[in-house]
Design a protein around this ligand. Structure first.
Ligand code: CDT
Length: 372
């Protein structure tokens, strides 16, 4: 018997800065109901699906030391409990329709922590689990050179929890949020826990200020990372956008459902509210998990220790860090083949202080003192 689940990707168009929670929840309810009509058991909404993408504005008065001063508007974008009066109708409707959902929102915990959170709710309207974003992109402080800010690193803490999976909807479900999808570790950590469906919400501006040469590649990179993540881990991937022009900022739409083969099997055609759905065969995962990507048989974890022992970038030869000297046009391959210190290469013993955190590859495009 095959394990089939019909999943809906509920893409959202823009959410205005002054749009109320009730107005947004009405839009989510319409998509949930459309999902029910399509036979969905699970409907996946995007990252920060209850509000505008507020990290595009500098909204507090705290300065470089962190959030402070008047935080009234900033705080208005976070949920302090879930469900709450504005979102309760979504939980009630999920139960009535027997359609679960996955929802992205900004979470403010009772002890004052701020997270970019995803929540999985089952067909009875009960919370199955939460995921807090691991890879937080953008910058911490106001950067006047940008057309718009990307202050996620100011307004969200990095998850202290990491990537979990949940037995739900007849399979193993994992969650990730936006920038997480660009990192192979995201999928692999969940793949190692047997993930069969990875749900990913995103808000991706088409204008990447630190390196505009990447702008025309946004769609390609979006598909590249999610298709690779699906294939290399034998899992379904559901990528759901908040797209369109929101408060003057254009974001990528192109929500997709990707099979464990890496093939895109459905894609949104609009840049607004739209539901796409696919009947997903969870047993298809095993075709990859038990053959090419039979982790138990073929993985070599002892060869991968650098992945967890460093956060990079480092070029190491026999445990020694290579520091490029003045004659820096030496290819990295030559450096590795010739660890004797010739060609302007000096070999040092790594220390915490010797780590290169300057992100020199962005130096031309990004004004001094700023971060991607
Ligand atoms: N929301 C989110 O994570 N967006 C990032 C863009 C970062 S640009 C500073 C993404 O990876 O799509």
């Amino acid at each position: 018997m095959t394990r089939m689940i019909t999943i809906g990707a509920a893409q959202l168009g823009p959410i205005a800065r002054n749009e109320s929670r009730e107005e947004v929840v009405d839009r989510l309810l319409a998509l949930l109901r459309r999902g029910a009509e399509f036979g969905c058991e699970l409907v996946v909404f995007p990252e920060l699906a209850l509000t505008t993408f507020f990290p595009r504005w500098y909204l507090d008065e705290g300065g470089p030391t962190g959030i402070g001063g008047d935080t009234t508007e900033l705080d208005s974008y976070y949920e302090i409990e879930m469900p709450n009066p504005a979102t309760k109708p979504l939980f009630d409707e999920a139960k009535r329709l027997a359609v679960g959902f996955c929802l992205g929102y900004a979470e403010l915990t009772p002890d004052g922590h701020r997270y970019n959170t995803y929540m999985l709710v089952d067909r009875a309207g009960d919370i199955v689990g939460k995921y807090r974003k691991v890879h937080i992109p953008g910058h911490e402080n106001y950067e006047p050179w940008r057309q718009f800010q990307h202050l996620e690193r100011r307004y969200f803490e990095e998850s202290p929890d990491g990537f979990s999976v949940f037995p739900a909807f007849g399979g193993i479900v994992g969650m990730a949020i936006c920038n997480d999808r660009r990192w192979p570790e995201t999928y692999r950590v969940m793949g190692l826990q047997g993930a069969e469906m990875i749900l990913i919400g995103y808000n991706t501006p088409l204008n990447y200020a630190p390196d505009p040469s990447q702008n025309p590649l946004q769609s390609f990179h979006n598909q590249l990372v999610m298709q690779a993540g699906a294939y290399q881990n034998g899992t379904w991937v559901v990528g759901v956008a908040k797209g369109g022009i929101e408060e003057g900022v254009e974001s990528l739409a192109q929500s997709v459902i990707i099979a464990p083969s890496g093939q895109i099997v459905a894609q949104a055609t609009s840049i607004g509210d739209e539901l796409i759905s696919v009947a997903c065969d969870l047993d298809m995962c095993d075709r990859y998990k038990k053959t090419l990507f039979d982790f138990d048989r073929y993985r070599r974890p002892e060869m991968y220790h650098l992945i967890t022992s460093t956060d990079g970038p480092q070029a190491l030869v026999d445990g020694h860090e290579i520091v490029f000297g003045e004659d820096d046009d030496v290819a990295a391959g030559t450096a590795l083949a010739d660890p004797t210190g010739v060609h302007g290469i000096e070999i040092t013993t790594p220390t915490d202080d010797s780590r290169d955190d300057s992100h020199e590859d962005h130096a031309d495009a990004t004004p001094e003192g700023s971060t991607p």
